[in-house]
Design a protein around this ligand. Structure first.
Ligand code: BGC
Ligand code: BGC
Length: 910
């Protein structure tokens, strides 16, 4: 046995966070001065990156074993340990052949692609890889066990029948570190039941801007709760050194290092511009407590960090400061200053985000200090493997870097006692189906739901409800399991799920109400209501996860306008209210949103976040069962204005904190409707209300354009906008892009070719010297040629739409397109307008033609010209070749141009 010590993790034993002000009841929000110093802060100020004192310290026995194994390994064996494919892109035979170290199942990845796989099915699938690797080391004199990683981020959520806990945003509101610890333990047991080794959790982000689609994955906008929770969650999952070596715990992974919650405008994978001091004290505190509790893995983040300290690692310059290429933050800070001795894993092909890299090739990310590479697709990980070996052999990657990575991988595997554990299906808990969604765990989830609810309004103490009254249930969330469970629930985005098939045994709100008052007392029609009937309207966001959940620049935080369908929820509340019913609104959301109107028309309003499968936890509190009261308090400030996007509380550990969103202060949008820590409860005296506001008449924000827009240009353009060619304004630059999300700036002036897999461009002479491009799509890959603003930011070109302009481009065809060709404009992808243009392209000829296309056609297809960032984009997966000359927007040309393409023509061709 390697484990002599059982060192208890350093956890913070504080059960309750004390807020800086009093909690009140009734219809009044509490106004606090957001610059008020919160005394008694539970998070210290870190003037430097602190040294970690891990609950799992270095063990000399393990260290000796690592060196002896390492000394026997070939370079190929070492690199194999560093590769982690996705289950859908690897077979046990390949794992054996390449001697891989681990795999992951990404969101929606299940054994044999079976969504309904049992605990045993998972363990048996895990056996296949485990055995393949045992085989692979035959005759080598040593072996290295295999590991399987999964995203168990709110329970073991990829697994059918597992307990689904509330997402982290709700747990943050519950404000109870002991609860977090218990959820960690329960989740670890369920993971152990499926024979897996490692979970990519907890997320310890401190999300600042509510437009980010991953806000709900973070406990709080404020470091205080994140700091208190991270350590407890890690401890629950891993159980300290002894727990990790045993059968009921698994490896815990804090993510995403670092600053994922602080990107500008809340853009997923975006740019973080915090100073180093704020990065450390706002975005990194969860790592300090999580790593002290012994977390064995840190996942690198997709975002970039724009600071001098994040110096250029990449030869030739131009480093885009992505964390995956940051030697400063990964090696100098995390590994050296903090002394983290476990594994740094990349995020899903995150290395490919470093410029100059692809998923399959990125020595810079190896050199920056990443140890395990989540290279998910078969062709990518195989290429990556060979590339790394070549790069070590030719000196691009030092072998010491490889040895550091493998040392860490072996260390974590030894700490997890993998050499002593039998094959996955034979481990003590493996295959125990009864552990998945056990009564005990579901009761814990239900309790967590109860504790997470935040009561925002309770006019005339309409709540609690009585069990002997009729309830009218309405709203899009009333019987909608997807809205309750949110993203990362059986599937990646949390959609494609139904309660009957995918969450048998789950409870929706209408089911929970029926079991509380009897189904005969739950009605859906106003005509069935009597004078005591209370309407419970359950409303909320559809599920989403990373990338898909961001609120784009042309939208605001206004719930009813984020998606057209959401308006029906507001209308429902208004209709029931005007029919004379008292309305209790339950709001499911992954973030605080602007709901002033919904609140005005509701008698009571409850923020229920993304509670998971146990809506009984909501009715327990609504009906005050067993004395259950509202204990949840906002761990995110609640917006008053449509663009109060980052109105975060002043971080208590930063006395001199200045919000980076100063523009919002100027506009007066910084003032929350409900401050951080707010939450009403039954039985509190109104004398405790600090400030009154009439929650029936919260002023409405009249803004009718997105938070990323300045007031739209209602003017009328009078002159042409030259986009490309000799007279082009410098606003747009030509770029080409390939399949792997890589791109290159097109070289126009010096006459040389620019190539990317997919296509090649060569400058040619049209009206002037080198004012046009010869473009060849090779048909081997998807390729695109586009004109984009320099830093991809938006520019308001509404005036051209208003002026009935056409997009005009000059083109000479050399080789007709073999496949579909699309023309698009982007208003920050995925905001775009796109049409198929094969039938309007000229035939092969030595002559130039001009294509004219009304801007309004693309507007009809979704293009928002007030946010234009790619003015012209042509893409195809097939071969074609043409010359492209001038490109421009020409005002007042729709009617004038008789040769223009009609929209019906284009749209009809979709
Ligand atoms: C997410 C991670 C997740 C990983 C594996 C990534 O895209 O950012 O949070 O752990 O995928 O599914
Ligand atoms: C995959 C998910 C994965 C995600 C990570 C998606 O393409 O289907 O399984 O978690 O990418 O970004």
């Amino acid at each position: 046995m390697f484990f002599k010590n059982n060192i208890m993790p350093l956890v913070i034993g504080i059960a309750v966070i004390s807020w800086g002000y009093v909690i009140a009841n009734e219809a009044d929000p509490i106004e606090t001065n957001s610059t008020k110093t919160i005394t008694n802060s539970k998070v210290p100020y870190f003037s430097e990156w602190p040294a970690i004192h891990s609950a799992i310290p270095k063990d000399p026995v393990i260290e000796t074993k690592i060196s002896s194994i390492l000394s026997l390994m070939t370079l190929e064996e070492k690199v194999g340990q560093m590769i982690q494919p996705d289950l859908r892109g690897v077979t046990p035979q390949e794992a054996k052949h390449y001697k891989l170290g681990s795999l992951l199942n990404g969101g929606g990845g299940w054994p044999n692609n079976n969504k309904y796989a049992s605990a045993k099915d998972w363990a048996l699938e895990s056996d296949k890889y485990w055995l393949a690797l045992q085989d692979a080391y035959q005759g080598r004199g040593f072996n290295i066990p295999f590991m399987w990683a999964t995203d168990a981020v709110h329970g073991h959520n990829n697994v059918f029948k597992a307990t689904v806990f509330p997402h982290n945003i709700g747990l943050g509101a519950a404000n109870n570190p002991d609860l977090i610890y218990k959820i960690g333990q329960a989740t670890a047991l369920e993971i152990a039941a499926t024979g897996l080794d490692w979970t990519f959790a907890p997320t310890v982000a401190t999300p600042r801007d509510y437009r980010w689609g991953r806000v709900y994955e973070g406990y709080s906008e404020d470091p205080e709760i994140v700091y208190q929770y991270a350590g407890r969650m890690v401890d629950g999952i891993q159980g300290g050194a002894k727990g990790l070596a045993g059968d009921s715990h698994v490896i815990s992974n804090v993510k995403h290092w670092v600053g994922d919650g602080g990107t500008q405008n809340g853009v997923d994978r975006g740019e973080n511009h915090y100073s180093e001091d704020y990065l450390r004290n706002i975005h990194a505190t969860g790592y300090f407590s999580g790593l002290n509790a012994g977390a064995q893995v840190v996942m690198t983040s997709f975002n970039s960090w724009h600071d001098e300290a994040n110096y250029d690692q990449i030869k030739g310059g131009g480093y885009n400061k992505k964390l995956h290429g940051s030697k400063y933050l990964v090696t100098d800070v995390l590994k050296q200053k903090m002394g983290f001795d476990g594994i740094v894993v990349t995020d899903w092909n995150g290395q490919g985000e470093v410029n100059g890299c692809t998923a399959a090739n990125c020595p810079a990310a190896v050199n920056a200090g990443n140890d395990v590479f989540m290279v998910t697709a078969r062709s990518d990980w195989q290429a990556f493997y060979h590339n790394v070996i070549d790069q070590v052999n030719n000196g691009t990657i030092p072998v010491t870097r490889i040895d550091d990575a493998v040392t860490r991988i072996l260390r974590v595997k030894l700490r997890a006692n993998l050499w002593e554990k039998p094959k996955p299906s034979e481990r003590a808990l493996a295959g125990q189906q009864a552990l998945l969604g056990s009564e005990k765990h579901r009761a814990l989830a239900r309790e967590a739901v109860s504790q997470s609810l935040v009561l925002l309004k309770n006019k005339n103490n309409i709540l609690p409800l009585a069990v002997n009254q009729k309830i009218l249930i309405a709203g899009s969330g009333a019987n909608n399991i997807q809205k309750q469970t949110g993203g990362w629930s059986l599937t990646w985005q949390g959609n494609e799920n139904s309660i009957e098939k995918d969450f048998p045994g789950a409870t929706t709100m209408s089911m929970a109400l029926a079991s509380m008052v009897g189904s005969e007392n739950v009605i859906t029609q106003v005509s069935e209501a009597d004078q005591d009937t209370i309407a419970v309207v359950v409303i909320g966001e559809d599920p989403y996860a990373e990338m898909f959940g961001d609120i784009k620049a042309n939208k605001t935080l206004e719930f009813s306008t984020i998606k057209p369908a959401y308006l029906a929820d507001l209308e429902k509340i208004k209709a029931l209210k005007s029919a004379g019913l008292k309305v209790v609104t339950i709001f499911y959301s992954g973030r605080p949103l602007y709901v002033n109107e919904e609140i005005n028309h509701s008698d009571a309003f409850v923020a229920a976040w993304l509670p998971g499968t146990e809506a009984g936890g909501i009715t327990d509190v609504l009906f005050n069962q067993k004395g259950k009261n509202f204990v949840g308090r906002l761990s995110y400030s609640w917006p008053m204005k449509k663009c109060s996007t980052a109105i975060n509380r002043v971080a208590p550990n930063l006395v001199d904190y200045q919000t980076p969103e100063t523009e919002q202060d100027i506009k007066g949008e910084h003032k929350p409707l409900f401050a951080y820590g707010y939450g009403l409860a039954y039985g509190l005296q109104s004398s405790k209300v600090l400030q009154t506001q009439d929650l029936d008449n919260i002023p409405l924000d009249t803004r009718d354009y997105g938070c990323g827009q300045s007031e739209p240009d209602n003017g009328m353009a009078t002159t042409s906008l030259e986009l490309f060619g000799r007279n082009a304004s410098a606003e747009f630059v030509a770029r080409i892009g390939g399949a792997a999300n890589n791109w290159a700036g097109v070289d126009v002036s010096n006459g040389s070719k620019t190539s990317i897999e997919g296509l090649t461009t060569t400058p040619i002479n049209y009206k002037h010297q080198q004012d046009a491009l010869n473009v060849v799509f090779d048909g081997k890959n998807v390729g695109q040629l586009y004109l984009q603003t320099e830093n991809s930011s938006s520019s308001d070109k509404n005036a051209y739409l208003n002026a009935k302009a056409t997009l005009q481009f000059d083109i000479r065809m050399h080789k007709a397109p073999e496949k579909e060709v699309k023309l698009a404009m982007h208003c920050q992808w995925p905001c775009l307008g796109e049409v198929k243009i094969n039938h309007i392209l000229p035939t092969v000829s030595t002559q130039w033609s001009t294509i004219k296309l009304p801007l309004s056609c693309l507007a009809k297809q979704g293009m928002d010209y007030s946010l234009l960032n790619s003015a012209f984009l042509i893409f195809s997966a097939g071969e074609m070749a043409f010359d492209l000359g001038e490109i421009r927007f020409v005002p007042q040309s729709v009617d004038a141009a008789s040769d223009q393409i009609s929209c019906t023509d284009l749209v009809g061709m979709q």
